[in-house]
Design a protein around this ligand. Sequence first.
Ligand SMILES: Nc1ncnc2c1ncn2[C@@H]1O[C@H](COP(=O)(O)OP(=O)(O)OP(=O)(O)O)[C@@H](O)[C@H]1O
Length: 601
Amino acid sequence: MPNVLPIASRAQAVAAVRRLLRPRRALAAGSLAVLTAATAVGLLTPPILGHLVDLVTRGRSVDALTLPAVLLVVVAVVQGVSTAIGIGMLARLGEGMLAELRERFVERALALPLNRVEQAGSGDLTSRVTGDVEVIAEAVRAALPELVRSVLAIGLTLVSLAVLDYRFFVAALLAAPIQALTVRWYLRHSGPLYAAHRLAVGAQQQQLLETVGGAATVRALRLGDQHVDRVTRRSWSAVDLALRAIRLITRFYGRLNLAEYVGLAAVLVAGFLLVRSGEVSIGTATAAALYFHNLFGPVNAALRLVDDAQVAAASLTRLVGVAELPSPVDGPARPAPVDGSLKIAEVGYAYQAGHPVIRGVTLEISPGQRVALVGASGAGKTTLAQLVAGIHQPDHGTIMLGGLDLAGLSAAERRRTVAVVTQEVHVFAGPLADDLRLSKVDATDAELRAALAGVGALDWALALPDGLDTVVGDGGHQLSVTQAQQLALARLVLADPKVVVLDEATADAGSAGAKVLERAADRTLAGRTALVVAHRLTQAAAADRIVVLDAGRIVETGTHDELTALPDGRYATLWQAWSGSRSRPADQGEVVAGDGQNTHD
Ligand SMILES: Nc1ncnc2c1ncn2[C@@H]1O[C@H](COP(=O)(O)OP(=O)(O)OP(=O)(O)O)[C@@H](O)[C@H]1O
């Protein structure tokens, strides 16, 4: 895959987690302290049970058992409550860190140059923000608390064993080498086996898609038997690997059980010898055996989580890779463009090296002037407009905006100065007024109304069920495409940029929608420098100047009158074809934006 989005190294991921932890140190320390206390309290149970055993073996009265029994209940309650509090704090910590990571990810992802996302495939970005976030969220919610509790339980239980008698501790350690070897053996085999299984499942699905998707062809060519054979073979290879994985896991747990058996036997033998020599009581030996037995829940849990941790770590490196890209935040204050003048000098651009789509374009637009770009489909109109909007960076030449190089402007300054309206207008779900305030947070109601009135949208907006408070967008009141475009223009009026790039092709020429939008655009563009991609030739006719592009080069430029007066000129030909088609009533509404053929974008 060419140019995938960055993936962080393990070290970078660790550094990122540390950075996320830093402002939450208190919460991290607090949750760890509470969970440690909860685990420590829980460890009182075996000695209390041991004490009970001692009381019984010494033949003490039933009354003497009451206090330890009550203590057991108290221990259980305190442990339960403090564990719940600790887990709650840990969840807050993990969720907070994940939320910040996700925010950083989205912020950086939105700042990524469009061509970089396109090269990597937007699927990569989407799968990171959905799949990988999901994996980490799951790890934070389930695996992290279990891991923390298991590690604490293992550490503190070993300490408790040593406190009872160091010989119990030594006996318990006999299990450790078997466990260590088991984990090493498991990790060596599980990685390749799981990878092979994923590949086999992928191949099986691919084969199924080919066979089922192309069922008609398979039947027509009488390839049925061959395909059934292939599906069977691939299915069996996936099944075989799945069975091998299950056998591996069974053996993994079998070996862990062996470790448990060896350790428990050693602790019991140690207990037997120590009790016989009178060095410890039966109660203490009981407590030691219980401690050891209690170890195995957490040990198995921690070892099981090794797998989950590996998967989560892989997802983390993918998230951190994007989240830690250099910040798009603006550097020190830089001068702002003095006006809306545009100077495009010898600009060239290629999406793919060696295939330029804009070649040596030079064009000057004075402040407040409206220039229309006209040309066949694929001539490079949208690309040139996007270069001016700063969406792509030119490979050659410069674009000066208000006397400053566009490439040197901060992202915020560029956004303030140049606004873009395309056909892909998004209506954000929420009240209409909020949608408008996206471009001017502190706009008053009067300003909102004025902006709507300016684009001819006030009447329908006020007629909505709740006026400007009507919820629009997904799940709300559905706006027509023309209305959504009007909203986009109203947002533009509120943002009040010096330069506007207009590239919308939503309405058919001559249609009511087109007339509404053209009137709205007219009023919006008044007083601003505008580069209009003319999808309807009426947009070109209304411009101060027309620039005709062909295969990425400027081939004609002039006013509508000048260009229509050129015999056999490109624009003149287009215009004639267009007016000719317009005079035929049947063709009303068709758009000509290109080489004389009717096109719709
Ligand atoms: N994202 C992209 N990746 C690769 N090539 C692209 C991309 N976008 C456009 N192109 C190619 O660049 C050339 C110019 O396209 P552009 O969209 O700028 O033309 P246009 O004049 O605006 O056409 P239209 O009127 O159809 O929108 C075309 O050959 C097109 O196939």
